[in-house]
Each structure stands twice: as structure tokens, then as C-alpha cells.
Design a protein around this ligand. Structure first.
Ligand code: APR
Length: 249
């Protein structure tokens, strides 16, 4: 009985959170062929360890961006808002566009939660503030910072997949609206094409008021296009190996 109890106790014992999270981070980084994954980890965790989890500003991740800079992928950069599943299904199956979540930092941290605590050098994965519990939380500041860095290197013809199933596709609190769009630089970006993903019932089309706001917020000199594309057409194109990148919409 004692042996069984000890065995169960050992097998159920959770790894320290920090170790488990760090392993996930390093493994995902290596799978991505990142060089210097331990250096990237150090730059990442200095942003939030030993800090109040509601006091991690966006700038805390500046050293991380310096350690793992984004490289521009002109004409292939894809932004999105409220279309997470359809856009990633598309970029995973077809090598046409690259979203932030297809880059090293985006892929490593996608779906994870983390925070630190004052007077501790550990990384915690539970008991962390939610997205809206406080503004300066580690996860939200991270996504805001990496999104800004990704938008800063946008170049050539840029695409954004927005949702035609909501009233306001260019959504007020979204990262795409508050962080990314205004950083597109007219000396680097030629065109922004909005792909408005529609379902049987269209709630918004390309004449939507929020898309007029978008055009006003876009730097002068960047051309703008909008196309309404049924989600079924995007899914069909994703799964068709003979479809070329330019033929999906
Ligand atoms: N609560 C929790 N998570 C949130 C919240 C929230 N209120 N808002 C945003 N997120 C996180 C989630 O992980 C969500 O799936 O951001 C993701 C995208 O949110 P959306 O509102 O769909 O879109 P948006 O805020 O515009 O962010 C997407 O930013 O990540 C970059 O380059 C990427 O262009 C993309 C854009």
C-alpha cells in the first residue's frame, strides 16, 4: 500500500509550472528552427517575472522583439480580426500567406497563458489576470507588442481577413484596429486588401461604415481594396492543391 501510494504520489506530482512552461516554449521554438531559443526565452521571461501581473506594460517586451526580430515577407503578410479559425486553416494548408501566428513568436505563444508574481522568479500558468481584468497584463501586452512589431515590417501588398458576420468588421477594441492598421507605413505598403469573409447570411458587406473608418485611418498613399468572399470558397481553396495563391479571391 505504501509503495502504491508513493508511486501514485510521484506520478501525480505536477512539474513546477515554470519548468513545464519553459519546456513548452523551448520545444516549440526549436520545432520552428529557432536559433538561440534559450536566449529568446531569457528575453521573454524578463518581461514579466518578479512583477505584479497587472503591471507589465507593452514596452516590457521590447528586448524580446530585439532578440527575435520579425523579418518582412512582402506581399505575403496576412492580418485578421474575428476570423481566427478560417484564416489559420487557410495559412496552414496553403503556403500563400503568413500570419503573426505562423511566425516564431506567434506560434510559440499562441494559446498559452502566463504571468509572474512579485518576489518570485517563477512563471505561473494559472491564477493569471484575464485579457480584460487589467490593461497591463503579460498576455495582452505581449500580443499588443508583437502585433505592433509585425505590422511595422509590413510591406508590399498586405491582406486582412475580416468578418462579414458581425456588424462592425473593423472592430473598435481589436488589435487590428488599435495597433496594426495605423502602423502600416505608406513608404513600405502599397495596397491593403480587405477580404471580408461572409457566411450564408451577410451581416456586413464592403460598404460597411466601419470600413469607411478604416480607409480614413489608413495612411495616405496606401491603396485600398475590399472583396466579399464566402467562407466556403476560402475553405475549398484551402483544400485544393491545384488552386494558385492568386485564385482564392
Ligand atoms: N479576451 C481574450 N482574448 C482576446 C481578447 C479578449 N477580449 N481580445 C483579443 N484576444 C486575443 C485572443 O487570443 C483572440 O483570438 O486576440 C485574438 C484575436 O482577437 P480578435 O478580436 O479576433 O482580433 P484582433 O484583436 O484584431 O487581433 C488579431 O492581431 O494577433 C494580431 O496579427 C494578428 O492581425 C491579427 C490581429
Amino acid at each position: 500500500v505504501v509503495i502504491v501510494a508513493v508511486a501514485v504520489g510521484v506520478s501525480l506530482r505536477q512539474q513546477p509550472h515554470q519548468e513545464e512552461f519553459k519546456d513548452t516554449f523551448i520545444n516549440r521554438c526549436k520545432e520552428f528552427k529557432g536559433d538561440n531559443c534559450s536566449g529568446i526565452w531569457e528575453a521573454f521571461q524578463q518581461a514579466y517575472v518578479n512583477r505584479d501581473p497587472c503591471d507589465v506594460p507593452v514596452e516590457a517586451y521590447d528586448p524580446l522583439i530585439a532578440a527575435a526580430p520579425f523579418k518582412p515577407e512582402c506581399n505575403r503578410m496576412m492580418f485578421w480580426s474575428k476570423t481566427k479559425d478560417v484564416v489559420h486553416d487557410f495559412t496552414e494548408k496553403k503556403d500563400c500567406f503568413v500570419t503573426l501566428e505562423d511566425t516564431l513568436l506567434g506560434e510559440v505563444l499562441d494559446g498559452l497563458t502566463w504571468c509572474g508574481k512579485k518576489d518570485s522568479s517563477e512563471t505561473f500558468t494559472s491564477g493569471c489576470p484575464g485579457w480584460s481584468d487589467c490593461v497591463d497584463n503579460p498576455v495582452r501586452s505581449f500580443w499588443n507588442r508583437v502585433s505592433a512589431a509585425y505590422a511595422d515590417v509590413a510591406c508590399g501588398d498586405v491582406t486582412a481577413m475580416l468578418s462579414g458576420s458581425i456588424e462592425t468588421p473593423f472592430s473598435p477594441g481589436s488589435i487590428f484596429r488599435t495597433v496594426e492598421l495605423k502602423r502600416f507605413d505608406s513608404s513600405r505598403v502599397n495596397t491593403l486588401t480587405v477580404v471580408l469573409v461572409t457566411q450564408e447570411e451577410k451581416v456586413a458587406n464592403c460598404t460597411n461604415d466601419s470600413l469607411k473608418d478604416l480607409q480614413m485611418e489608413l495612411q495616405k498613399g496606401i491603396r485600398y481594396n475590399c472583396k466579399e468572399v464566402p467562407e466556403s470558397q476560402i475553405s475549398a481553396c484551402s483544400s485544393d492543391p491545384t488552386a494558385s495563391c492568386g485564385s482564392c479571391w
